[in-house]
Ligand binder design. Structure first.
Ligand code: B12
Ligand code: SF4
Ligand code: SF4
Length: 224
């Protein structure tokens, strides 16, 4: 089995989704490997749709009562893969300065910035996230991402831009303090318990919308 196929199989066994790969160019802002070698390729790992949440829920980290269970679960899987395949784990929550995971996402998969700021995927809609990345000192023989237009271009009414109850979101604008104040208030219980209303109005990939328990977990993490 080639390295890339063995890696794909190991990622699948880990409970994470393969979120694409790319060979590094000058504009990608990749830190060097810990031993000083240049980083030549990157594999993004994450969640896509609802299934991976169930895998996480069955883990020891989800039930041990210690802080940051999802981050600890992700790191243990990704660091394990890094060790096995001579790579290095990188994480979206390491920072500031933050690693440009969303920019890397657009290099690895046909995702595009939505008016909400988060990336939209033609299949998963807004219901996906990055849990980390594997960096390697060798090029991967992985084809570049397939091109696909942004679903937002064909979305005439853009309901995501008119459904925030406190107008915290507009084209190219997200007032996170206003959003957080609302989500913390009694009136914001709907956003807290079922997830961002603006995100939920998006028709793309609606069948992959997070269940309330997952949505609330992420909203509480955002408030922290
Ligand atoms: C800081 C941060 C926040 C801050 C934002 C502060 C601010 N001023 O906007 C806070 C804490 C508010 C936040 C909140 C959320 N975040 Co956040 N956040 C990040 C983080 C850690 C860094 C982003 C950053 O600044 N990158 C630095 C720049 C240099 O990187 P970049 O990739 O080049 O950035 C590009 C994009 O950010 C994009 N961009 C940035 N802002 C905007 C705005 C618009 C309108 C557009 C079109 C593009 C755009 O342009 C940049 C240039 O290419 C990333 C993780 C990461 N490391 O990327 C997650 C991340 C962006 N967040 C994410 C998510 C999901 C959320 C939440 C929706 C969480 C939730 N509740 O579910 C909430 C939004 C609240 C809500 N209403 O639901 C996901 C997005 C996944 C996706 N599908 O794209 C990320 C990638 C984390 C992850 N693990 O996957 N977040
Ligand atoms: S509602 Fe329309 S414009 Fe907004 S994120 Fe979804 S597809 Fe894009
Ligand atoms: S979570 Fe609620 S308040 Fe915040 S942007 Fe989304 S719809 Fe608006």
């Amino acid at each position: 089995m080639s390295i890339i196929n063995a890696l794909r199989a190991a990622v699948s066994d880990s409970g994470l989704a393969w979120r694409g790969a790319f060979n590094v160019g000058d504009a990608d802002d990749l830190p060097p490997m810990p031993d000083g070698r240049a980083t030549r390729s990157v594999v993004l790992l994450g969640f896509a749709g609802r299934g991976h949440w169930q895998t996480f829920l069955a883990s020891a980290e989800a039930r041990d009562g210690a802080p940051h269970p999802l981050d600890r679960w992700s790191r243990s899987r990704i660091d394990g893969l890094a060790k096995r395949f001579d790579g290095h784990g990188l994480y979206p929550s390491d920072g500031p300065p933050w690693l440009p995971f969303q920019r890397w996402g657009t290099r690895a998969e046909p995702v595009h910035p939505s008016p909400l700021g988060i990336l939209i995927h033609p299949r998963w809609g807004l219901w996906h996230a990055y849990r980390g990345a594997l960096a390697f000192a060798d090029d991967l023989a992985e084809p570049m991402r397939a091109a696909a237009p942004s679903p937002c271009v064909a979305c005439a009414t853009k309901p995501c831009l008119s459904s925030c109850p406190v107008d915290a979101i507009g084209p190219g604008r997200y007032d996170w303090r206003r959003c957080a104040d609302h989500v913390r208030s009694a009136a914001g219980d709907d956003c807290l318990k079922t997830g961002c209303r603006a995100r939920r109005t998006c028709p793309v990939g609606a069948e992959h919308r997070y269940e309330p328990a997952e949505a609330e977990f992420h909203m509480r993490a955002f408030l922290r």
